[in-house]
Ligand binder design. Structure first.
Ligand SMILES: Cc1ncc(COP(=O)(O)O)c(C=O)c1O
Length: 416
């Protein structure tokens, strides 16, 4: 029986009147309007329920409406919901900064807080420019670092940049994201860097998320780290998607013992409350002059106390329930299932780590059809990849084994 969608249809109609038409894709079964969510279950405006295999863009790592995080937000809202981030900050901001310094790898102990992932990337870009005195960046094709005008300069997906090229300096050295042989990919990067003396940093996702869950070959990130050191370039790790346990450790870089110069965080940091950070070593971060009364880089909501409380509660939840380890264990289970799917010849490829996986299909049309069909069967997945031909699977790290198995069985049944 088809799922009721009267309310979703009505809301979609209204949306057409009041939202920029570029934002929400309205067609066929999409969108469904979320009314509530609990752990891995989402309920829409018509009362239909869905198993969420997206964690809502990789945000709800601790599960939707996680009771401990909700309680922390309620306590904070009753006490203080806004302060003066860079003038008279909330006390809880200090607690969060201290915690970030404790969990970030190596000597990454000093942060800029922000609200969105793009905020964190822009703070990292400015920091790298000040620390090196250089104006340009290297980035990877297929990479996604946000859509603000600053981050578009390093966007690896062409269509996002093209309408705005007139505004962009276009100084970015775009490299192919490594697939296959690490040594060859490193040689290619070395050669490309050798022709450029203006690079402040290379910005890299340890696993490309939006780009279709592309995993670099083992050893690549560690060697890239070394090349950056040799060339006096910084390494900015964009862990906005991979961070906070998603790939089986708190941060994906740790799996290659890589300590970047700047670590960018967002998404799951507040488990649904918008907050982000760029975390650097004192040597790099202190390229900024001490404030003489007016910050050169800040924003109204920097260090928002609600965001800080949500982030502290999320990190506590990840740690006390050992959710990164759980992602690693469930990831092995998922790998077995997805590798079997690949072996069946039904899909072009599967790849991932922890609870971040991509299923590569023939083309975008096949992927779109699978996403829509899964929706009608009560499972939420996303389309990803530069060509749109990848199904991305990034459930909350709290998902049960039974739900994970059931969800993947549904996804499999939706692939034509
Ligand atoms: C790896 C990565 N970096 C940056 C961003 C941008 O974050 P935001 O959309 O919060 O600006 C995203 C968003 O999907 C992302 O996946």
């Amino acid at each position: 029986m088809p799922r009721p969608r009267n309310k979703s249809n009505e809301l979609a109609q209204l949306l057409r009147n009041y939202e920029s038409r570029n934002v929400t894709y309205v067609s066929g079964e999409s969108p469904v309007f979320w009314e509530s969510a609990s752990d891995t279950t989402v309920t829409d405006a018509d009362g239909n329920t869905y198993l969420d295999l997206t964690a809502a863009f990789g945000v709800a790592n601790c599960g939707h409406a996680n009771p401990n995080i909700t309680a922390a937000l309620q306590r904070q809202a009753a006490r203080l919901s806004h302060a003066m981030g860079d003038v008279h900050p909330a006390a809880v901001k200090v607690q969060l900064l201290e915690k970030l310094a404790a969990i970030a790898p190596g000597d990454l102990t000093k942060s800029f807080l922000g609200s969105s992932g793009s905020d964190a990337i822009e703070a990292a870009m400015k920091t790298a420019m000040l620390a090196t005195g250089k104006p340009a960046f290297a980035a990877f094709r297929g990479s996604y670092h946000g859509l603000s005008i600053g981050t578009l300069e390093v966007a690896g997906i062409k269509k996002f940049r093209e309408p705005f090229l007139a505004w962009l300096p276009e100084r970015t050295l775009l490299l192919d994201y490594p697939r296959g042989n690490a040594a060859q990919a490193l040689e290619y990067a070395r050669r490309a860097f050798s022709r450029r003396y203006d690079l402040a940093a290379v910005i890299v996702e340890p696993i490309q998320g939006r780009g279709g869950c592309v995993v670099p070959p083992p050893g690549y990130l560690a060697q890239l780290r070394e090349i950056c050191r040799e060339r006096g370039m910084l390494m900015i790790a964009d862990e906005i998607y991979t961070g906070f346990g998603r790939t089986g450790t708190m941060f994906a870089c740790e799996q290659e013992s890589v300590v970047p110069d700047i670590l960018c965080l967002g998404k799951a940091m507040g488990n649904g409350f918008p907050i982000s950070a760029a975390v650097a070593s004192p040597g790099v971060m202190d390229a900024w002059p001490a404030s003489e009364g007016e910050a050169l880089h800040t924003s109204t909501h920097l260090g928002n106390p609600m965001g800080c409380a949500a982030a502290l509660a999320s990190i506590a939840e990840l740690e006390s329930r050992e959710l990164p380890r759980r992602a690693a264990t469930l990831g092995n289970r998922l790998a077995t299932k997805l590798n079997a799917l690949h072996a069946s010849g039904k899909v072009a490829g599967v790849r991932g780590r922890g609870l971040m996986w991509g299923i590569e299909l023939q083309d975008a049309a096949q992927a779109r059809a699978a996403v829509e069909k899964a929706l009608t069967k009560g499972v939420l997945i996303l389309q990803a990849g530069e060509q749109g031909n990848v199904l991305s699977i990034t459930p909350p790290l709290t998902i049960s084994e039974a739900d994970l198995d059931r969800g993947i069985d549904v996804v499999e049944s939706c692939i034509a």
